[in-house]
Design a protein around this ligand. Structure first.
Ligand SMILES: [Zn+2]
Length: 149
């Protein structure tokens, strides 16, 4: 599968039953974004919108996500930015670099929620600062998927 260079997006209430390739689904209600990995591997990537997670910029026509999407938990280990509906690919990280990022960001996403692959922000945040926000976020994500039936 070729890597995508562009995406489109849709604002949704909760996660749709079918996630289309190349489309970023934004739920303001659940402060959560879901999309399929832009490499084409089909992995669904969940990104929380929060001060400790991602920020969304919507300028009326295009969306931008910050920071980058680092899919360390997937086999493809894709790393890219979504900026103005474009996918900007980073170079492949080495295992050592990925490990270093993971160590800096030891938030146990997988521990709480194993069915979906969750990306972790590249920026380093202190876990103690984020734990409270994250547990609230996990509750939201669970209802986010639950709502979709
Ligand atoms: Zn992928």
């Amino acid at each position: 599968m070729p890597r995508r260079e562009t995406i489109d997006f849709e604002f949704v209430e909760s996660v749709p039953a079918k996630i289309s390739d190349g489309r970023v689904y934004v739920s303001i209600r659940f402060a959560t974004i879901i999309h399929k990995c832009c490499c084409g591997c089909g992995t669904e990537i969940v990104t929380p919108l929060s001060p400790a997670g991602w920020s969304l910029t919507f300028n009326g026509e295009t969306i931008t996500l910050h920071p980058s999407i680092g899919n360390w938990g997937t086999r493809c280990k894709s790393h890219y930015w979504i900026r103005d509906n474009r996918v900007i690919w980073a170079r492949q990280f080495s295992e050592e670099e990925i490990e270093a990022v993971r160590l800096e960001d030891q938030i146990a996403y997988e521990h709480h929620y194993t069915e979906k692959t969750t990306s972790t922000p590249l920026k380093t945040n202190k876990v103690s600062h984020n734990e409270k926000n994250l547990s609230g976020w996990w509750a939201r994500v669970k209802s986010f998927f639950h709502d979709s039936g």
